[in-house]
Design a protein around this ligand. Sequence first.
Ligand code: TXA
Ligand code: MG
Length: 332
Amino acid sequence: MILDGQLQASVQAAAAALQRGELLGLPTETVYGLAADSDNDAAVAQIFTAKGRPANHPLIVHVADSDAITRYAKEVPVFAQQLIDAFWPGPLTLILPRLPDAAKASTGGQDSVGLRCPAHPVAHALLKACQQLNPPVWGISAPSANKFGRVSPTTAQHVAAEFGDELLVLDGGACEVGIESTIVDCTRGVPVLLRPGAITRDDIERACGQRPLSKEELQANTPRASGTLLAHYAPNAKVRLMDAKQLQAALDMLGTDGKNIAVYHRSPLSNASQGVHLRPMPQQALGAAHELFGALRDFDAIGAQLIWIETPPDTADWEGVRDRLQRAAAAG
Ligand code: TXA
Ligand code: MG
């Protein structure tokens, strides 16, 4: 995509801000990130402070293309290269063995580094502009631009709501994918799925000929991954997951006392009591992912105290959405 003049100027200004060690709200196709120069440890430290994120939860390093991998990773296993060829640029993060001295603060000193080449045209333009600076910025570290444990932002307005107007945010519109990238650990000899996303287990198997193991299947100490903590993505309201029958039964029991309850459902429901806020969930997994975090924020905005959500189907395409909902429900 050719960026219009004003956006191109904003991209240049954003690249310069990163080079100066400032933070930036960055649009990607998954969610918005809170970005800093990966090789500027002081700038990266500000990300942890702003998010309230523990320093031992490593950040993803975003790169312009697969050539930049060699600045951060020591080696790329064959199956990892196959995944790169199939899915970059796109919503896939690979954990690779780290080069000593590269992106130290971002990785919390772990011997691995998470790398992703985003597909969003604004993110891509920014990464390219950063490479052309003198000195260049080769990698952009960016966790999701939300306070630790909260719902990830999928619009520039969500980012401003989290961090205030002082933060420079590049507005790239609503994120197309809507949930964070799929993360595959490539440091174990076999692909291990650390976080499900729009690129599914089936997609990964098709691309590299190996079905990724889950962390449980690996039965070893996996690197720490905050996006994989059980309780995460917490809206203010309490989230409960139920199947369609349980949901209908719960609604029937409510009688007329349904205010402060929001219901996010895929199956048709009858006899919804007065005051219950009903919101249909898209029938397709990709559509549901796209609007998921915005929907959780909307429920908070209307003052819902309880969010009852119909459990999505138990199929590979729904794994990313199911994962985010289960962890939102685990949060309290
Ligand atoms: O889609 C995404 O991945 C978004 C956009 C902004 O790119 N970013 C994102 O970042 O979701 P964050 O920090 O919220 O989640 C990154 C996850 C965390 O769970 C982190 O622990 C894990 O990636 N991670 C990063 N580097 C890692 C490493 N070396 N080993 C294991 N996990 C790692
Ligand atoms: Mg996050």
